[in-house]
Every structure is written in structure tokens, then in C-alpha cells.
Ligand binder design. Structure first.
Ligand code: NAD
Length: 482
């Protein structure tokens, strides 16, 4: 066979290029998404995003399904739930199972990205939800894996890749989940490194991520400090911050049901969800009955004022913040440390306090529930407004009085408002609607979904592509009236 030098050169070049591409795709496939430095993680994420941008919507939905299926594998679900409790010392295994399953099943996928169209005499304009690029996500100790699942699905459905900066106290379980998801995605043919993180999460790494020029958007799920930081970053940011959800119970409520709902919500994952019931304002005429019903549902009532004060000192730091070693611990554990032997079915520590008590005003993230007696629903709603501190996060009411329900919703302006149910009804657990673990009150996205991770872009076509009328340009002047 005769072959000229130029053709030979072209063949060699093509072979070398193909080899290079293969090598890159193998590297991407076997990479586990965990990088030594934040710079490497972000660069890998940016390369992955360029590949994802060339995948179709069917591919994206397939990748989302891979995340769901991976997490819903019973072995994985059990392992990440168990490991989280073991590593962080926060929350309760059975409820972590529920939360991780909820995140995998009910976080919306690409169907969330609806296109808006306007057609008329001037043509057709469409508006679409488009990717930002690389998203930097900061996750809390209280929902470490749930947030990875929920933000991961949201980002990828939106066509983005995502770099996680987990809380150092949830490092191992987060790294494990990132690795599992990367392997599963690569095995399903996705570009490698859609979801990445760093081997040693730290405040320095979080800062490096926030400043990295290739990170186009930030999402922080955590306390007020980190939300403030991302909002001062100069980048587009979603801030999902703290809450202190109040519950109002008025004289028209179904009291036994209200009591059960409140105990169920307050004890869920040992009270760490930002949406969980943190204090109750009960109208005096039903207050005793409510407390009695809550006791029947696993509430352990403390009545001794000195004992309540000892509980404050046991669980609270000098600066008023909750002591980390008690965050997300069970009621029985906390009572044990107080020297109180409680029945084995104890779920919540109850006490009556005044409205200015520390347990009312502070987000403790423990199953400790102060009940404040007030004269009527209006006073309860006013107290709830003060206790919520303007977070505009979550609030609950138990009532059959439409006026009271409406007044409270209008006054508190919370992102989530639950009527006659446990708090978790508001994130789709036993309630209508999709799930999220990033509730963005401060920046207004509300219950985040893939849309929240997207840029809105418009594409306008001048003339044509509308079919309701006949254009003179195509059909000439209208026929004369006969
Ligand atoms: P946290 O604020 O201590 O930490 C959250 C994340 O921010 C962690 O990854 C942490 O490492 C990082 N971080 C904190 N300070 C930082 C700093 N100075 N520099 C760099 N990174 C920093 O919160 P947490 O204890 O992990 O989580 C509990 C808090 O999060 C509660 O206040 C809860 O209400 C809130 N939360 C809100 C939502 C929501 O959707 N709104 C969801 C879950 C938790």
C-alpha cells in the first residue's frame, strides 16, 4: 500500500488524539470525585460541566435517576444513614433513613425546568432555565447526606456540576457518598466528576471554593454565619439559613391530634431539622389539656424551675449557643445527663416557661420544647412573630379557625407555613409537594429545586413561528369583503 507522508502524519495525529480522549474518559470514569485540593476539585468540575453541557435532557434525567437509584439501594441508604449518626453524633438512624429516602425520591428532576413561551405578531420568544456552570455548595452537619442528594440532583438536572464543601464533622460520610455517586454515574456513562469534593474539608477549603473564579454560583445550607459569608462573596448565592419555628395552638384545635403532631415533628431526627417545632404558644383554655396529651405521646414534663435551669446550664454555652455535644441528642440521653431517669418511650422534654425564656428564643436543635401559656390566639401569634426573629423560615398552627390561620400566615411571612400537621409536612414528608433540604428564606428561592440552580435566558425569534394568524408577509393582503 502506498501512503504519502502527509496522510501518514494525519493518521498518526488522529490515533494520538483518540488515545488522549480515551485516556481522559477512562480517568473520568475511574475518578472518585475526591480531590486533594479545592483548585483541582473545581477544575475537574468545570471540565465535567463542559461535557455535561453537550448531553441532552434525556441524559440529564438519566443521571438524576442514577443518583436516586444509588441512594435508594437499601444497603447504601442504611450505610449513609448509620454512618452519619455515628460520625456526627447527631440525630436518629431511623429518621435519617426517612430523610435520605425523601431527598432521593422527591427532589424534582428536569421536569422542574419548564419553558416559558410568548408568541404573537412579532414572532416567538422562549425563556429557558439554563446552567450556571460550576456550583459551590456548603452543607451542614445536621443534614450532610440529604443536602448532597438534594443539591446534587438539583444542580445536575439544571445542567450544572457541583463541588461540595462539607462540614468537617461530616467528612467521612460525605466523601463516601460522593465516591458512590461518582462511580455509579461513571458506570452509567455520565461524564466523570459531576459531583466532587475535597479530601480534607475545612474552613480554608470553603473559602478557597467561594473565591475560585470557576465557581459561578454558591449555595450555603447552614447557620447565619455561613449564609452571610456567601452573600458577601460577590457571586450569585443561595442562602438557606437558621430558623426557630414556633407553633401556635388555639382553642379550636383538635388537641389530641395537635399534641401528637407537635411531638412527632419536634422529635423528628432529634429536632435538628431547621423546620422542626422549637416552641409552643398555647391558648390558656386548652394549655393543660395540650400538655397532658403531649405527655401521652412521649413528652416528659419538667415542672421544677431549678431543674429547668440546670437543663439550660447543661445544654447551653456561655454565649447562649447550644453545646455541640447535646445538639441532635435524644430526649432520653439529655435527661440522663441531667440525672433524670425517664421512661423508655420519652421523645421530647417539655416544660412551661415564659416567652423570654432561653429555650424559646434560641434555636437549640434538641428535643426540648418550651410551652408558653397565652390568653388568646392573637397574643399567641404575636409571640410567635417575636420568637421567629424575622427569619421568615417555618411556622405551624393547630386551629380550625380560618381567620387565625390566615392572620398568622400573613404576619409571619414564613417560607413554610404548616396548618394542622407536623413540621415535616411542609417538606413533602406526608404532605403534598416536592422535597428539599435547602430552604432558602434569606435569598427568596424558597424550597429550592433545579430551577433555583439555573440562569434564566431568553431567546427571541423576530417574526415567524406563530401559527394563530396568517401573516401578510406570506399570504399578501386580506381578501376583499364580498
Ligand atoms: P453551621 O453554620 O455551623 O455550618 C454549616 C456549614 O458552613 C458547614 O459546612 C461549615 O463547615 C460551614 N461554615 C460555618 N462557618 C464557616 C466559616 N466561618 N467559614 C467557612 N465555612 C463555614 O451549621 P450546622 O451546625 O452544620 O447546621 C445547623 C444550622 O443550619 C442550623 O442553624 C439550621 O437551622 C441550619 N439549617 C438550615 C437549613 C435550611 O434549609 N434553611 C437546612 C439545614 C440546616
Amino acid at each position: 500500500m502506498n501512503i504519502d507522508v502527509e496522510s501518514l502524519q494525519r493518521l498518526v495525529e488522529r490515533a494520538v488524539n483518540e488515545l488522549g480522549e480515551k485516556k481522559e474518559s477512562v480517568q473520568a470514569a475511574v475518578g472518585d470525585g475526591v480531590f486533594a485540593t479545592m483548585d483541582e476539585a473545581v477544575k475537574a468540575s468545570a471540565a465535567a460541566q463542559r461535557r455535561l453541557a453537550c448531553c441532552g435532557m434525556v441524559d440529564r434525567e438519566h443521571f438524576v435517576q442514577v443518583i436516586r437509584d444509588t441512594v435508594l439501594d437499601p444497603k447504601v441508604l442504611e450505610e449513609i444513614s448509620w454512618d452519619t449518626v455515628e460520625e456526627t453524633g447527631i440525630g436518629c438512624y431511623e429518621h435519617k433513613l426517612v430523610k435520605n429516602r425523601l431527598a432521593a425520591e422527591k427532589t424534582p428532576g428536569t421536569e422542574d425546568l419548564t419553558t416559558w413561551a410568548s408568541s404573537g405578531d412579532d414572532g416567538l420568544t422562549i425563556t429557558e432555565y439554563c446552567p450556571f456552570g460550576v456550583i459551590g455548595a456548603i452543607t451542614p452537619t445536621t443534614n450532610p447526606t440529604e443536602t448532597v442528594i438534594c443539591n446534587g440532583i438539583g444542580a445536575i438536572a439544571g445542567g450544572n456540576t457541583i463541588v461540595f464543601s462539607p462540614h468537617p464533622r461530616a467528612k467521612n460520610v460525605t466523601l463516601k457518598l460522593v465516591r458512590l455517586l461518582n462511580h455509579a454515574l461513571a458506570a452509567a456513562g455520565a461524564p466523570g466528576n459531576l459531583i466532587v469534593t475535597v479530601a480534607e474539608p475545612s474552613i480554608e477549603n470553603t473559602n478557597a471554593m467561594m473565591k475560585h473564579p470557576e465557581v459561578r454560583m454558591l449555595v450555603a445550607t447552614g447557620g447565619p454565619g455561613i449564609v452571610k459569608m456567601v452573600l458577601s462573596s460577590g457571586k450569585k448565592a443561595i442562602g438557606a439559613g437558621a430558623g426557630n419555628p414556633p407553633v401556635v395552638v388555639d382553642e379550636t384545635a383538635n388537641i389530641p391530634k395537635a399534641a401528637k403532631d407537635i411531638i412527632d415533628g419536634c422529635s423528628f431526627d432529634n429536632n435538628v431539622p431547621c423546620i422542626a417545632e422549637k416552641e409552643v404558644f398555647a391558648v390558656a383554655s386548652i394549655c393543660d389539656r395540650l400538655i397532658a396529651c403531649m405527655q401521652e405521646c412521649g413528652g416528659y414534663l419538667l415542672t421544677d424551675l431549678e431543674e429547668i435551669q440546670r437543663l439550660v446550664e447543661l445544654t447551653t454555652k456561655d454565649n447562649g449557643a447550644p453545646k455541640v455535644e447535646f445538639v441532635g441528642k435524644s430526649a432520653k440521653y439529655i435527661l440522663g445527663k441531667l440525672g433524670v431517669e425517664a421512661p423508655s418511650d420519652t421523645r421530647v422534654i417539655l416544660m412551661e416557661t415564659d416567652r423570654n425564656h432561653h429555650f424559646v428564643t434560641e434555636e437549640m436543635l434538641m428535643p426540648i420544647l418550651p410551652v408558653v401559656r397565652v390568653k388568646n390566639a392573637d397574643e399567641a401569634i404575636q409571640c410567635a412573630l417575636v420568637a421567629e426573629h424575622g427569619n421568615r423560615h417555618t411556622a405551624m398552627i393547630h386551629s380550625t379557625n380560618v381567620v387565625n390561620m390566615t392572620k398568622m400566615a400573613q404576619l409571619l411571612e414564613t417560607t413554610i407555613f404548616v396548618k394542622n400537621g407536623p413540621s415535616y409536612t411542609g417538606i413533602g414528608a406526608g404532605g403534598q409537594g416536592y422535597a428539599t433540604f435547602t430552604i432558602a428564606g434569606p435569598t427568596g428561592e424558597g424550597l429550592t429545586s433545579p430551577k433555583s440552580f439555573c440562569r434564566v435566558r431568553r431567546c427571541a425569534m423576530k417574526e415567524g413561528f406563530h401559527i394563530r394568524t396568517k401573516s401578510q408577509a406570506y399570504f399578501g393582503n386580506p381578501p376583499a369583503v364580498s
